[in-house]
Design a protein around this ligand. Structure first.
Ligand SMILES: *[C@@H]1O[C@H](CO)[C@@H](O)[C@H](O)[C@H]1NC(C)=O
Ligand SMILES: *[C@@H]1O[C@H](CO)[C@@H](O)[C@H](O)[C@H]1NC(C)=O
Ligand SMILES: *[C@@H]1O[C@H](CO)[C@@H](O)[C@H](O)[C@H]1NC(C)=O
Ligand SMILES: *[C@@H]1O[C@H](CO)[C@@H](O)[C@H](O)[C@H]1NC(C)=O
Length: 458
């Protein structure tokens, strides 16, 4: 692993500005309830040598009151840990300020709503705070300590397949190393924007990879900054290309949260939303995001037609009969707020050959909103395909408008459209694309067409 000292310092400085939110337990003053620990710089310097990993247990019965969990709790008769149930292990990542991550309770609840399980939260605040490069030195030691606990749980009758690790950022690599220690026999690891800095070039032994568990899935949302840009699982979901997320500020003059970690934390928020199950978040296999946006990949035939979905379904929903892929990149577009699901609409335009370049703005309208997409037309091509994220399904599209927006007078004044078609993919049912053929779009005179359709059961 290589390190870039200057960059590390920059992140630390940036993250120091971003201030923490509330902890796991705000409602219970009760001493019985355990909480994640926090630390301060001074305390951290005293603790430094010791990692003091601690565990919290959440179950459906103890949703509002986490219990401290350790080897002794297993032998207690009143422990809420139930060896017959699957176990979810949440591993947080870098905690720049030593504060409590505000999302742990929400993730725990979302998991327990979806499945009756033991949720074990790994708290390694003393190893995970302040200098990022030291944190990276600590992560294997943390994994080793977790493996001791898992070993004990195994002795009490838990099967390795029943463990599902959910690692956030650096926590994904902690989980990956636990997986390495158990030779890939752990049931599942989910990496939520697995950390990139100091891991991208690392050996698979040192980072999360598909050999770490029977099934590894990862969600990538900030692969150009805090996240890793390479696939690390069997299935890797790249959201909006995996780099920049919709609704996250692009300007450093916006809020620090927006600029610094909004993209990185989006993986977690989308995962929680998927656990809620309000709408499907399915990915389409494709070799690059550019190809995906060009509409080159519109089905999941490589998985016998079932598209992998973010969430808890076994092997992300890929059919047992299809071979489990490795490092398969899948792409999806999302909206900017929960529940994040978007419909993928393929827009196809065919024009008669043009003398000059042109630009067309296409607007798809539903009852309440419009979605715009600009297409640049060249003189050497007549067929254009592009994919856009649409908040509503194809059957809710009530009209399409084309505007010839080429403003300069060197541009084509009149465009003969042979056909414009919109279709949704992956198709849930055999739905014909909506097409309009043979019309002219003049500059300054938008062309519009209404669709008469109903959404219903076919
Ligand atoms: C964590 O905090 C609890 C109280 O919230 C305390 O009892 C415990 O000793 C702390 N753990 C460590 C390792 O400091
Ligand atoms: C740490 O948590 C305790 C309560 O658990 C709180 O009183 C204290 O202010 C927190 N310290 C920091 C630095 O957040
Ligand atoms: C443990 O979980 C199993 C399976 O969900 C359930 O049948 C059993 O009643 C649970 N045991 C206790 C003590 O809650
Ligand atoms: C999940 O559902 C719960 C309860 O309906 C809601 O409070 C929470 O905000 C939802 N979370 C997400 C991420 O959609």
């Amino acid at each position: 692993m290589s390190s870039g000292g200057g960059t590390v310092l920059l992140w630390v400085l940036l993250l120091l500005v971003w201030s923490p939110a509330e902890g796991l337990d705000e409602s219970h003053e009760d001493d019985e309830c355990a909480d994640l620990n926090n630390t301060t710089w001074t305390e951290y310097r005293q603790h430094r040598a010791k990692l003091q990993v601690q565990y919290l247990l959440l179950t459906r019965r103890t949703l509002d009151c986490a219990q401290k969990f350790n080897l002794e709790s297993l032998t207690k008769h009143n422990s809420d840990f139930n060896i017959s149930r699957p176990t979810k292990v949440i591993v947080h990542g870098y905690r720049a300020l030593g504060s409590k991550p505000s999302w742990v309770k929400e993730l725990g609840r979302a998991l327990l709503r979806a499945q009756d399980a033991n949720v074990v939260v790994v708290d390694w605040v003393y190893g995970a705070s302040f200098a990022y490069n030291l944190v990276v030195e600590n992560y294997k030691e943390v994994a080793l300590q977790i493996s001791v606990l898992i070993n004990q749980l195994q002795k009490h009758g838990c099967r390795l397949e029943s463990f599902h690790f959910i690692g956030v950022s650096l926590g994904a690599h902690v989980a990956g190393f636990v997986g390495t220690l158990f030779e890939g026999k752990i049931g599942r690891i989910t990496g939520l924007d697995p950390a990139g800095p100091m891991f991208k070039g690392a050996d698979t032994f040192d980072r999360l990879d598909p050999s770490d568990a029977q099934f590894v899935d990862a969600i990538h949302t900030d692969s150009d900054y805090f996240g890793i840009s390479i696939p690390v699982g069997h299935v890797d979901f790249f959201l909006n290309g995996g780099k920049d997320q919709t609704g996250c500020a692009r300007s450093r003059f916006a809020s620090m949260y927006g600029y610094v970690i909004c993209d990185h934390m989006r993986a977690l928020h989308v995962y929680m939303s998927a656990l809620n199950g309000s709408c499907p978040l399915v990915g389409i296999p494709c070799s690059t995001y550019e190809d995906f946006l060009k509409g080159t990949c519109v089905d999941c035939d490589v998985f016998k037609g079932t598209c992998p979905a973010i969430g808890l379904s076994k092997n992300s929903g890929i059919l047992d009969s299809s071979p489990i892929p490795q490092e398969q990149k899948v792409f999806l577009l999302t909206t900017s707020s929960p529940p994040f699901c978007a419909h993928h609409i393929l827009l196809q335009l065919e024009v008669s050959p043009l003398d000059k370049r042109a630009e067309v703005e296409v607007t798809l309208r539903t009852e309440n909103l419009g979605t715009e997409q600009r297409l640049r037309l060249q003189t050497d091509a007549t067929v254009y395909r592009t994919v856009l994220a649409h908040p509503a399904a194809l059957c809710e599209i009530s009209s399409i408008t084309l505007k010839n927006t080429g403003a300069w007078f060197s541009r084509q004044g009149q465009i003969h459209v042979r056909s414009v078609c919109v279709s949704e993919f992956p198709s849930v049912r055999t739905e014909d694309p909506l097409c309009v053929n043979n019309f002219i779009v003049r500059r300054g005179a938008p062309w519009s067409h209404d669709f008469v359709q109903v959404c219903g059961v076919f």
